[in-house]
Ligand binder design. Sequence first.
Ligand SMILES: [Zn+2]
Ligand SMILES: [Zn+2]
Length: 185
Amino acid sequence: MPYFTHAHKDHIAGLDDVRAYNYLQHIDMPVYGTSNVLEQLKVEFYYAFEKFKYPGIPQIQLVEMTDTPFVVQGIPVTPLPVLHYKLPVMGFRINDFSYITDANHIPDSTYELLKGTKVMVINALQREKHLSHFNLAEALDVAHKIGAEQTYLIHISHKLGMHKVIEKELPKSVALAYDGLSIEL
Ligand SMILES: [Zn+2]
Ligand SMILES: [Zn+2]
C-alpha cells in the first residue's frame, strides 16, 4: 500500500507503474498522503485524474491523511511528522517498525511517537553536512537516541562511500539498507 512521505520527484516518479498492479488486482490502488502531497500528485500525474480515463492509465484512489493515526486493512499506521529543511514530511510507524526518509530534523513530539521502535529506518545521505538531509553522523545520533534493536540507513547517495567500507564503521545495531532487503517483523 503506497504511503507518500512527500512529493519530491524521487519519491513519486514510480506512481505510473501501479498500472501493473491495477491489471492484476482489478482495483484502484489506494495511495495515502497529506492534502498538499495529493494536490501535487494530481498535477504531476494529471492524466490519471481526468474525467475520461484513457484505457491503461494508472487507476489511483487518493486517500487524504493528516498526522492523526489511521487504520489500513486492520493495521494501525501512525504518521511521524518530521522536517526536510522547511518542508513537512511524514514518516510512518507500523507496530514496532518506523520509517523516516528525507528528514534533517525530528521534533520532540515525534521522538515520543518513536518510543519502543524495534526496527528503525532513517535517511543518511552522505558524510558532509547537507541542507535538508541527515548526514551519516547525524543519522547515527538519531539511531542512538531512538535506540531501536536494528536501524537501517536509507536514501544514501554515492558520496557516502562503498558499502563494505561504511558498514565496518557502523555500530552493531546499525546497517546500510540495500535494494531487495526484506525485513520480517
Ligand atoms: Zn525530498
Ligand atoms: Zn528524497
